[in-house]
Design a protein around this ligand. Structure first.
Ligand code: C2E
Ligand code: CA
Ligand code: CA
Ligand code: CA
Length: 278
């Protein structure tokens, strides 16, 4: 029994070692990813219930020759810890604003927005407001079409500083969406003080909506909250027709998820969605 215990210990130890090695390989790769042009952007459409495309969420993709494709869920936290999120985030912002500027010449797409995910590290960077202002100016993108997504849990870390930064950015004309909403513990009084335009219902509530009455209750509450605070509400992670119809019945106006469109290169965005099951 003692032997087995020791073996098990060795097993976990080497697993841990492998994890540490993998992490350092990721970090090394990440350091060169920008200069070696290994990043690309995917776009996932966001739809109004009437079938119109409203815009898209921008999702970062990294393909390393040795590591293959690496999920942002894996490398974003690493980029945040190392500070690399600042140059990477600046690149995402630049590309997104350039895309918005390109669409402005296309009558069908001139009103589309792009929702860019922000890391709270970027928000706290003293040069960030200036960076956004310069990027908007230099690309000619309409600030009203740029939506910055912040997650609820990140916001709560240093709420007073975050409010000041968001107000400064708001003055540039950009908009804000509160991502993963419902998973943190926002107090309603803070919600009122944040210059928000949209709440994004976290995909975990959508996933179990049909089976779990408490998830339905949470979604109802978020929709009511959006109504009373005059915030748009979008549901993410919509995968099935049943989820989509249930959300519609609850009064949800905006949708995003694999059912309606997977994240893909920009060329795959179409202008209209044929609502499934209707
Ligand atoms: P997120 O902001 O919550 O983005 C939504 C994630 O859900 C994306 O994963 C998307 O591909 C995935 N998704 C979309 N529709 C569905 C669906 O119907 N079902 C399911 N199961 N998943 C769906 P992805 O692309 O792997 O990104 C993971 C996370 O990485 C994002 O979560 C975001 O927090 C972060 N991220 C991605 N791009 C960026 C970026 O440019 N900057 C920063 N700071 N973070 C980013
Ligand atoms: Ca997001
Ligand atoms: Ca989310
Ligand atoms: Ca998330």
């Amino acid at each position: 029994a003692k032997n087995r215990g020791r073996n098990r210990y060795c097993f976990y130890d080497s697993k841990l070692q492998a994890k540490v090695l993998a992490r350092s390989a990721l970090h090394t790769g990440l350091r060169h990813a920008l200069s070696q042009q290994q990043f690309s952007l995917h776009f996932q459409p966001q739809y109004h219930r009437d079938g119109q495309v409203l815009g898209a969420e921008v999702l970062l993709r990294w393909f390393d020759a040795e590591l293959g494709p690496v999920s942002p869920a894996e490398f974003i936290p690493l980029a945040e810890d190392s500070g690399l999120i600042l140059p990477i985030g600046a690149w995402v912002l630049q590309q997104s604003c350039q895309q918005l500027a390109d669409w402005q010449h296309d009558t069908l797409k001139a009103d589309w927005h792009l929702a860019v995910n922000l890391s709270v590290r970027q928000l706290h960077d003293p040069k960030f407001v200036e960076l956004v202002r310069n990027t908007l100016q230099q690309t000619g993108a309409n600030p009203a079409n740029l939506v910055l997504e912040l997650t609820e849990t990140q916001l709560l870390e240093d709420i007073e500083a975050v409010i000041v930064k968001m107000q400064q950015l708001g003055e540039l004309g950009v908009r804000f969406s509160l991502d993963d909403f419902g998973t943190g513990y926002s107090s309603l009084s803070y919600l009122k003080r944040l210059p928000l335009n949209q709440l994004k219902i976290d995909g975990s509530f959508v996933r179990d909506l049909l089976d779990d009455p408490s998830d339905e209750a949470i979604i109802r509450t978020i929709l009511a909250l959006g109504n009373s605070l005059e915030l748009a509400v979008i549901a993410e992670g919509v995968e099935t027709v049943e989820q989509y119809l249930a959300l519609r019945n609850l009064g949800c106006q905006q949708f995003q998820g694999y059912l309606l469109g997977r994240p893909a290169p920009v060329a795959e965005l179409s202008t209209r969605h044929q609502t499934p099951g209707l």
